[in-house]
Design a protein around this ligand. Structure first.
Ligand code: F6R
Length: 245
């Protein structure tokens, strides 16, 4: 079930998304958050930090699991998702380092790392999973064709995704890793509640496919049609191809 919120600006989108996170962090005992990297949640993360500083919302009892990590770059690389999360969120909160979980991208045995990551979530229910969406409809790095029953796995990034992410690598696609470790679609679907943030016209087709398209692995995000509680926060551009709002 989708609850769709359409706002004017990125700041408005971030504010609405932040409200959903704050409600979970305030009301759930020992909350578990699933987190995403990328441009979409940055504004929301800024608001979480501002609120922590001004209202004292504490993350001491919060545990987090991130969706994914690039393969082949170490944690201290400036474009690792580990670095991204620390710079854009964790550094500004009172979260404990031992409560943060992000796949290890330069593990010697990548397969074993996928299994260990999935196992680290055994018996855990993510209270709120934060998602962005790729222009090809990916969530996490579950690219088109990924089975709906997938768990944490090693995946090849598509040319499109690498191109989209080249902006973080001096615009040079050759520097963008070719594979990643990602939670699977079944892993993501186990979350109690999901919030998906998307802005910009280039996301309009993916959003339409996710909400109004057929349930198909061609648009991995369409699996969310089967989830009972998905809040979708969009700007006008990302919502522009929807028939119904
Ligand atoms: C990030 C992730 C990806 C992004 C998606 C959108 O951890 O899993 O699915 O959410 O690629 O990225 P942005 O927000 O940069 O457009």
């Amino acid at each position: 079930m989708f609850h769709i919120i359409v706002e004017k600006t990125y700041d408005d989108v971030s504010r609405e998304a932040f409200k959903v996170v704050k409600e979970v962090v305030k009301n759930v005992e020992n909350p578990v958050l699933g987190l995403a990297t990328g441009s979409s949640p940055i504004g929301m993360y800024k608001k979480m930090i501002a609120d922590h500083n001004s209202a004292g919302t504490s993350y001491k009892n919060v545990r987090t699991w991130n969706l994914d990590e690039y393969v082949g770059i170490p944690r201290d690389h400036d474009q690792s998702y580990w670095t991204f999360m620390h710079e854009n969120l964790f550094v500004g909160l009172d979260i404990k380092e031992e409560n943060i979980h992000i796949p290890v991208g330069d593990a010697e045995d990548e397969q074993a790392e996928c299994e260990a990551y999935e196992k680290s979530m055994e018996g855990i229910t993510v209270d709120l999973q934060v998602l962005g969406i790729g222009v090809d409809g990916h969530i996490g790095f579950n690219e088109p064709g990924t089975p709906f029953d997938s768990l944490t796995h090693l995946t090849e990034l598509t040319e499109q995704t690498r191109q989209d992410n080249a902006r973080f690598f001096d615009g040079d696609i050759d520097q963008v890793p070719t594979s990643a470790i990602t939670m699977g679609l079944a892993t993501i679907m186990r979350a109690r509640k999901i919030i998906l943030i998307a802005t910009g016209e280039n996301k309009a087709d993916a959003i339409k496919g996710m909400i109004e398209g057929p349930l198909t692995t061609d648009c991995p995000a369409s699996i969310l049609q089967n989830h009972p509680d998905v809040v979708v926060v969009l700007d006008e551009e990302a919502a522009s191809k929807l028939n119904q709002r």
